[in-house]
Design a protein around this ligand. Structure first.
Ligand SMILES: [Zn+2]
Length: 229
């Protein structure tokens, strides 16, 4: 899995952390990583007084996570949380992004999920990857065929799967997840994950008791040659 350019679609700030180890590995190998974040996460607050400031807090957290992961500042589309939809303007925006950045592989949410924004992104990727390669909407850039589409979450029991060894990058993954302080407070299982991962690294570095040394992906789509036969 070596690419020159990849794109990662995240419905919310912090979704990309699911594949943070793989992001670090790709960055180290010289792959250009472009993260697209759809929503500003403004429903992700566990204290009423954060209502008006949460979007800004999460923007800063995401910027810090980008620095930790060593990637350029992500593209933030700024949709409301719980408000990402597959409508005409969004699909056109997605087609435009694919054609502009020309990723060889695109990593996305899959369709097995309960979160409406995750599901919207899964549906957008399906259509946008196809339409970006067609000769439609000539004002949105030259057609671009994304070779591989992977789901990094939301894939249920789907396959086939690819597992990447990310042991080396777990300390960075923990650090990047910790950058999302507002989410660690809202979702205690995330904070617990960090603590348990740190304990494993300290006491049993060679035994992956938590199963965190690999990140798994479902290869959803391999684009056939556009001009075949
Ligand atoms: Zn999410």
């Amino acid at each position: 899995m070596r690419y020159s350019r990849v794109m990662i679609w995240a419905a919310h700030p912090d979704d990309e952390i699911t594949m943070a180890g793989t992001i670090c590995k790709m960055v180290e190998e010289g792959t250009e990583v472009v993260v697209v974040q759809f929503s500003n996460g403004n429903a992700g607050f566990c204290r009423p007084e954060w209502k008006d400031t949460i979007a800004d807090m999460r923007r800063k957290e995401a910027e810090e996570a980008d620095r930790i992961l060593g990637i350029p500042p992500r593209i933030m589309l700024g949709y409301d949380d719980q408000g990402v939809v597959n409508d005409r303007s969004t699909i056109q925006r997605c087609i435009q992004l694919i054609r502009k950045h020309k990723p060889e592989a695109l990593f996305s949410h899959g369709p097995i999920d309960r979160n409406r924004d995750h599901l919207a992104v899964a549906s957008l990727v399906e259509e946008a990857v196809w339409q970006a390669g067609e000769r439609v909407l000539a004002t949105a850039g030259e057609p671009w065929h994304v070779k591989h589409v992977y789901f990094y979450k939301g894939y249920g029991l789907m396959g086939p799967r690819v597992s990447i060894d990310v042991k080396k990058y777990i300390p960075t993954k923990i650090k990047a997840l910790r950058a999302y302080a507002s989410q660690l407070e809202m979702l205690p299982h995330l904070a617990k994950w960090c603590e348990r991962a740190e304990r494993q690294l300290e006491h049993h570095p060679d035994d992956d008791l938590l199963g965190i040394y690999t990140e798994t992906f479902v290869l959803h789509k391999m684009t056939v040659l556009p001009d075949f036969p």
